[in-house]
Write a new protein. Structure first.
Length: 263
């Protein structure tokens, strides 16, 4: 009787997979012959930035509820290891400055993604046993993209920089480290991955200066990022790494003009 159920309208893994595919088609240069307008239209049609807005909005809602009222929040998606991990991890970044440090961010991923049972191998198709294309989805990439949005808006509040997010986004696919292999802790223990493979965090902390934000100025307390259309930008260094800066900039200006009435 003292509980309230809220649906955050975040789409499932299948829509996120399709959305990212549409975005990467737009960012691949396939529309270069038709000019910038076609590129802008296709990025908008992909729906990716709209999904980012809803993810940030939901996480912010959770953080504001916990910080503002002291109430507890129970978060659960249909399975419990996709949108749940996204929302829990993002809300903790907003609530606790520790998770905005490099070590805290590593702890957060180990805790709310790896130990929690996010199916990295299935979602990224790491092995021959993960052949079901319907199980693949960029849920972890979407989380990194959402963290990028937070870093863009509150750069000084984070000890790490965009380079760390790009590195993790690359390594979750590259399989050079055992950290992101397997679907759960049981898989990683069964294959003795901690003994047979290096940890991604060993590389991160060995190369810490590369991933450290030189402008880091810790902000105590709660950090609530904006989620309006003008506040959510295309993560061009990841999604459009082969696209010219001019076209990315043109998209950002157009997206702001189109959505400024919603600010």
């Amino acid at each position: 009787p003292n509980c309230k159920i809220e649906f955050l309208d975040i789409d499932n893994i299948h829509e996120m997979r399709s959305s990212l595919q549409r975005l990467h088609v737009a960012c691949s240069g396939a529309f270069s012959s038709s000019g910038t307008s076609s590129f802008l239209l296709e990025v908008d049609r992909s729906g990716w930035l709209k999904h980012m807005q809803l993810l940030l909005l939901g996480s912010r809602r959770i953080a504001a509820l916990v910080a503002g009222t002291g109430l507890s929040a129970l978060i659960h998606c249909s399975d419990g290891w996709d949108r749940t991990s996204q929302l829990c991890a993002l809300a903790q970044i907003m609530l606790d400055p520790y998770f905005r440090t490099m070590r805290g961010f590593a702890v957060l991923i180990e805790k709310d993604w790896l130990s929690f049972g996010h199916k990295f191998s299935d979602r990224h198709g790491h092995t021959a046993e993960c052949e079901d294309a319907g199980e693949r989805s960029p849920i972890f990439i979407q989380f990194l993209d959402a963290v990028f949005q937070c870093v863009q808006q509150h750069a000084g509040a984070f000890e790490f920089n965009e380079a760390l997010l790009l590195f993790l986004a690359q390594e979750v696919h590259a399989c050079r480290f055992g950290t992101f292999l397997g679907n759960c802790e049981r898989d990683r223990k069964m294959h003795a991955l901690s003994r047979k493979t290096p940890s991604v965090w060993s590389e991160v902390f060995h190369s810490a200066p590369r991933y450290t934000n030189a402008s880091f100025a810790p902000e105590p307390g709660v950090l609530l990022p904006e989620f309006s259309p003008a506040s959510v930008s295309l993560w061009s260094n990841y999604h459009c790494s082969r696209l010219s800066p001019e076209r990315v900039s043109a998209f950002e200006v157009s997206f702001f003009e189109k959505n400024k009435q919603h600010l």
